[in-house]
Design a protein around this ligand. Structure first.
Ligand code: NAD
Length: 502
């Protein structure tokens, strides 16, 4: 135990969660729990204590092949696509009901696996996953093709229509920052579209996906429609991506791995959607309510300890309000109580892993060396877990690492600007293009700036206005394809043109 720590002890786990942690490591394939073909395991840690709490299977090639074969059979024999859409809708809704009923246990699992405050997993991650399932369920009965009249053929001589068909077997690979939410954001639309799937959670946070598999079985989805395989990215993940019986890969994670996956999927020309990293700007015009904007800017970067792809990690504040805004964001940061995930007053948990902890502190150090000044944070509050204090850096320059690279931690890099055209250019000066937030009461400036920003999502006067009905995804190296909304379901479909001479 670190002597200087201001960090409280992690409260005891509930009996239900202790039972879940003690389970024999297994994979969920073809509707049942099966043992791996080998005895390789992955250790799972509680980031609040740094202690191992469970181990899961590190899937072998044979395990992955078995899961893909189950998904392939379940797709090809029509046990899922062949169901009346309304029945598929009801089964997805049943899954939502079961997840909702299990909210408390799921939230605890998520918090001890990822480190996020229980209030966040219970108030956001799990309810949002339930909402995603219910929203996607409705699309099962609403997706359909269209009839089109050909342009170059005499009217009435050719009957042409476009069918929208499920793409087939999906391999879904998700990261550790919102483990269940990211998994459900992929599972729900795939099911609504009529696909079958193999999901691989991140090695750091596999526990909620495994518990979710119990609910899949309980909901009565046909065997093999949802398969969940734990394992390392370079082995199990890679096997999935290259597998000839997989038709589509949906990936959320780092840009670096997204590129590897895109290359690996090329040999078989799989459909690929990628939700990758970001370095999202938050632009503040001089007319704002400083206190409210500061709360929003703090939320943009400190939520989930900054381990958010859409984190507002680059703040651009107009020169006239820069100092007062930074002062207000720093005051707000002081209220983000850092602590273990299950403590009721914790607002910011630890980072997910030892490695991520070292990485984030390394970035702060690099920023200092390059000349940035630390307004607050920049250090760890101690404790055995992987904690970092909320950090604000000023005196940063566009070429610094802390401005250019995704830190994925609670580190804000703040810059001044004078002119709206210049700030749009500065905000776009990045290889990423995921999200952007604009704060102003000037409606014209808001829309003009929104049009200039090269980002998949632009939000105004509030942080992170992501919604299950609104497309989510990025420009440039933040990926391609969209999740959520109609587009998210369509991403699991192929178009087939049928034209018949009458
Ligand atoms: P990561 O890319 O290291 O890992 C993500 C997943 O990919 C894990 O399941 C991992 O096992 C798997 N993987 C790793 N190498 C692989 C390979 N060669 N083949 C197949 N699978 C492989 O990312 P991470 O560190 O877990 O997550 C953090 C990153 O995710 C950040 O960069 C963040 O911005 C990004 N992210 C993006 C979004 C989004 O929607 N755009 C959402 C959340 C996180």
């Amino acid at each position: 135990m670190n002597e200087m720590t201001s960090i409280a002890a992690q409260p005891a786990y509930s009996d239900a969660v202790k039972k879940a942690l003690a389970r024999e490591p297994a994979l969920f394939i073809d509707g049942e729990w099966v043992a791996s073909t080998h005895d390789k395991r992955i250790a799972v840690y509680d980031p609040s204590t740094g202690k191992q709490i469970a181990s899961v299977v590190d899937a072998s090639d044979a395990d992955v092949d078995k899961a893909v074969a189950a998904a392939r059979r379940a797709f090809d024999d029509g046990r899922w696509t062949g169901l009346p859409p309304y029945q598929r809708q009801r089964l997805i809704e049943k899954l939502a009901d079961l997840l909702e009923a299990a909210t408390a246990e799921m939230a605890e699992i998520e918090s001890i696996d990822n480190g996020k405050p229980r209030a966040a997993s219970q108030g956001y991650d799990i309810p949002r996953s339930v909402q995603t399932l219910r929203y996607a369920a409705g699309w099962a009965t609403r997706m359909s093709g269209e009839q089109v009249d050909p342009a170059g053929m005499p009217t009435g001589t050719v009957h042409a229509y476009i069918r929208r068909e499920p793409v087939g077997v999906a391999a879904q690979i998700v990261p550790w920052n919102f483990p269940l939410m990211m998994a459900v954001q992929k599972i729900a639309p795939a099911l609504a579209a009529g696909c079958t799937l193999v999901l691989k959670p991140a090695e750091q946070t596999p526990l909620s996906a495994l518990r979710f598999a119990d609910l899949v079985a309980e909901a009565g989805l046909p065997a093999g429609v949802v398969n969940i395989v734990t394992g390392l990215g370079e082995t199990a993940g890679d096997r999935l991506v290259r597998h000839p019986d997989v038709d589509k890969v949906a990936f959320t994670g780092s840009t670096e791995v997204g590129k590897i996956i895109n290359r690996a999927a090329t040999d078989t020309l799989k459909r690929v959607t990628l939700e990758l990293g970001g370095k999202s700007p938050v632009i503040v015009l001089p007319d704002v309510d400083v206190a409210r904007t500061a709360r929003g800017a703090a939320m943009s970067i400190f939520m989930n300890s900054g381990q958010v792809c859409i984190a507002g990690s680059r703040l651009f504040a107009h020169r006239d309000i820069f100092d007062s805004l930074i002062e207000a964001v720093a005051a707000n940061a002081a209220g983000w109580k850092v602590g273990p995930s299950l403590a009721p007053d914790t607002m910011m948990g630890p980072l997910v892993s030892d490695e991520q902890h070292a990485r984030v502190l390394g970035y702060i150090e690099a920023g200092r060396k390059e000349g940035a000044s630390v307004v607050c944070g920049g250090d760890t509050p101690g404790g055995d877990g992987w904690f970092v204090n909320p950090t604000i850096l000023v005196d940063v320059k566009p070429e610094m690492k802390v401005v250019r690279e995704e830190i994925f931690g609670p580190v804000l890099a703040a810059q001044r600007y004078d002119d709206l055209d210049d700030v749009a250019k500065a905000a776009n000066d990045t290889t990423y293009g995921l999200a952007a937030t604009i704060w102003t009461r000037d409606v014209s400036a808001m829309h003009q700036l929104a049009a200039k920003l090269k980002a998949g999502m632009v939000w105004g006067n509030a942080p992170a206005l992501a919604d299950v009905a609104l497309p989510f995804g990025g420009y440039k190296q933040s990926g391609f394809g969209r999740e959520s909304g109609r587009y998210g379901v369509e991403a699991y479909t192929e178009l087939k043109t049928v034209a018949i001479a009458l």
